[in-house]
Design a protein around this ligand. Structure first.
Ligand code: NDP
Ligand code: TDO
Length: 306
């Protein structure tokens, strides 16, 4: 298998590079300046086609992900996540290969009691979510051979994410942090996303004509939490590894004003993916431990002891 992934230094693209190399899968990454999703759709499609010699699948992982900043520059977010995503998917159609496209829990308004199904009505409450929904629509319009993977609350040893922010604030000496406790979701490791994408890509390659494998799927860590409890788990893990933590004070969202509104309930039902692609991610606690192991050097290892 040879795979092209959009993006260069993002969390998912970096995790995919690592996992693909380990599995002996050839991976081509395409990011700025060679690919700018905000360029004209024709230029985006041409750049992807040009870089895709011999690829059997395209993974569309690059996106404008600055949720708050998007409120101030909706045109840029929409160009990248809407039109840009559509142009990447059209390149896959031109090449005759399937596209695996990453989307988000933020396409929902968060008002449901219970986990969101793929068939639930979307209703994004911010610019980022609206731009990602436009991208989903553009991917669907490009052709039927797509897998849209809506994921959530992504963290990893790479790039920027909530886990690294918490560890950085504690390391900078913040002994107490106010964190919102009324937004619920499922933290998802980019390493797990990468493994899932490799499995899904292999299945698509083996069974290209199976229509049940295409469409929209939810992919998230198993279990749910809120940001405050997630922060507590991060600090508990940090302390257990000999690093510093901070006390977490639970606050309502109203006490942490941000430019963009976030959904109250982001929990995604992942049953469809496990039934059709036999992919089920570990519990978020298990995956958090794996990522913390990589982010925090254990004292015994730092001492050179086993
Ligand atoms: N992070 C999260 O919590 C979640 C992410 N998702 C989705 O998953 C996917 C992967 O997210 P993640 O890896 O965390 O994202 P990151 O923010 O870590 O990385 C985004 C990548 O997109 C690239 N990029 C941004 N703008 C452009 C552009 N105009 N042209 C080309 N490349 C661009 C960045 O390039 P550069 O390195 O040059 O900045 C970077 O490589 C995205 O589609 C995102 O919407 C879904 C749910 C949650
Ligand atoms: C740093 C910090 C954040 N928060 C809150 C703000 C927010 O509601 C929540 C998470 O903050 P973040 O800014 O990391 O989250 P955010 O950027 O909204 O994360 C989202 O990113 C996009 C790309 C997605 O697709 C989503 O699935 C989701 O992961 O925690 C606190 O309450 N206290 C703090 O000290």
């Amino acid at each position: 298998m040879r795979m092209l992934v959009t993006g260069r230094e993002g969390q998912v693209v970096t995790a995919l590079r690592e996992r693909a190399e380990r599995a002996g899968i050839e991976i081509v990454t395409l990011g700025r300046p060679d690919l700018d999703l905000t360029a004209s759709p024709e230029a985006v499609t041409a750049a992807v086609v040009k870089a895709s010699a011999g690829v059997s699948v395209i993974v569309s992982a690059a996106a404008y992900t600055a949720v708050d900043k998007a409120e101030a520059e909706p045109d840029v977010a929409m160009a990248a996540n809407g039109r840009g995503a559509g142009a990447v998917a059209r390149a896959a159609v031109d090449l005759g290969v399937p596209v695996i496209h990453l989307s988000t829990d933020y396409v929902f308004d968060g008002e449901k009691n219970g986990a969101w199904l793929e068939t639930d009505a979307t209703n994004p409450i911010g610019v980022y979510g609206r731009s990602k929904l436009a991208g989903e629509d553009a991917v669907r319009a490009a052709g039927p051979r797509h897998v849209i993977l809506r994921t959530a609350w992504v963290y990893s040893p790479f790039g920027q994410n909530f886990v690294k922010t918490m560890l950085r604030l504690a390391a900078a000496g913040r002994d107490s942090l106010n964190v919102v406790a009324d937004q619920t979701g499922s933290p998802t490791s980019a390493l797990d996303i990468a493994d899932a994408i490799l499995t899904i890509a292999a299945t698509l390659e083996a069974e290209p004509g199976d229509e049940a494998l295409y469409g929209t799927f939810h992919l998230a860590g198993t279990g749910q939490t809120n940001w405050a409890d997630f922060a507590r788990a991060i600090f508990e893990g940090a302390r257990a590894r000999g690093s510093v933590g901070a006390d977490v004070v639970s606050i309502p969202t109203s006490q942490y004003p941000t430019p963009a509104a976030r959904p109250k309930n982001s929990v995604l039902s992942t049953t469809r993916l496990s039934e059709r692609h036999h992919v089920k991610l570990p519990s978020w606690q298990t995956s958090l431990a794996t990522v913390l192991d990589r982010l925090i050097e254990a004292p015994s290892r730092a001492d050179g002891k086993k």
